[in-house]
Design a protein around this ligand. Structure first.
Ligand SMILES: [Ca+2]
Ligand SMILES: [Ca+2]
Ligand SMILES: [Ca+2]
Length: 335
């Protein structure tokens, strides 16, 4: 059921994409923005969004049109937050992979979907509130040119596609790979989820299933499975009002999964950083993954693409009004 919501609302988010032609390599109009990918002598390091490789990649500012998509009768937040007016796009190619670096302004780092918060105490017993209205910032990169008018979609999320968590302010993980056509958003082949819901704990229902094994007051946004203990193995003393527990835990076994096990769904590596009101996200994918649900990117071609930014999109429940924007069609010139 949850995935149905995800697909439905991602489809709503992507309704803006429009119905371009199915040829991703046509000559762009004279005024079109073209991001020219350069061939790098070394691969950009995927633990640093500011690797010096990027100093040599030409940046293009692509305008973003503000907009909001109502996904429910309730309007939360009541006051619209800012969506970026432009996204800076760079591209480089190395060793059969294409790397994109995208930078955009977002004043808030939102990575707490369905977080648990202690809102009161009865003696030593915490009472949790499950904030299903809380969600996360997201990025969709779309490429035209697949068969049957499909778009190839790279879907990065500040929390749910991060795997290793946040080390030194850098978030490492994946973007989820998908295809989009006629308002239908379908994840690529593969059954592995990077995260799983944290509760509610079945015996009490009003608490998360997993808590941090070392501390009650865990304020990180990602709790790796290796650091989580189930609720009944932990003492419940030591809580304070406003302590938080992530709404999902990451399944770190996937970090060691083979490329075959990850499937077409997880063939985009991602590294991200939110700093000083700006996101910087680097995405890496093979030019040609060999999967039928991916756009095969050929050397020397010019690919038509769009980018969608969301500020705190709520994908699961119709509680919110997400601030978001979409670029017009622009082009990626491969070397
Ligand atoms: Ca945000
Ligand atoms: Ca794929
Ligand atoms: Ca795909």
């Amino acid at each position: 059921m949850k995935h149905c919501h995800v697909f439905l609302l991602c489809a709503l988010a992507l309704m803006w994409v429009g119905c371009g032609g199915d040829d991703g390599t046509t000559e762009p109009p004279p005024q079109a923005t073209v991001v020219t990918a350069v061939t790098a002598s070394l691969a950009p390091i995927m633990s640093n969004v500011n690797d010096t490789i990027w100093n040599r990649a030409i940046a293009k500012a692509v305008p973003v049109t503000s907009g909001e998509i109502p996904v429910g009768a309730k309007v939360r937040p009541a006051t619209a937050l800012v969506v970026a007016s432009q996204v800076n796009v760079q591209a480089t190619v190395h060793g059969g992979n294409v790397y994109l670096r995208l930078m955009w302004a977002d004043p808030t780092f939102d990575a707490w979907p369905h977080i648990w918060v202690v809102d009161s105490m009865a003696g030593a017993t915490p009472y949790f509130e499950h904030l299903i209205t809380e969600s996360q910032d997201q990025l969709f990169v779309l490429f035209r040119g697949m068969p049957s008018s499909q778009w190839d979609v790279w879907h990065w999320q500040a929390h749910s596609t991060a795997l290793a968590g946040q080390v030194g302010g850098v978030i490492t993980g994946f973007a989820e790979d998908a295809t989009y056509v006629s308002n239908v958003f379908t994840t690529d082949a593969g059954n592995l989820d990077l995260v799983r819901p944290n509760g509610p704990y079945m015996e009490t229902f009003n608490r998360p299933t997993y808590l941090h094994e070392d501390t009650m007051a865990f304020h990180g946004f990602i709790m790796p499975e290796s650091e989580a203990d189930s609720l009944d193995q932990l003492p419940l003393s030591g809580w304070q009002v406003h302590d938080t527990v992530p709404g999902y835990i990451t399944d770190q076994s996937l970090a060691d999964s083979s490329a075959v096990a990850l499937g077409s769904r997880w063939d985009i590596a991602a590294v991200a950083r939110h700093s000083a009101g700006q996101y910087t996200v680097v995405l890496r994918r093979a030019l040609n993954t060999g999967y039928i649900d991916d756009l095969a990117m050929a050397a020397g071609t010019r690919l038509a693409m769009k980018v969608v930014l969301t500020n705190k999109l709520d994908p699961d429940f119709a509680h919110g009004l997400s601030d978001q924007g979409i670029t017009g069609l622009f082009y990626l010139q491969l070397p």
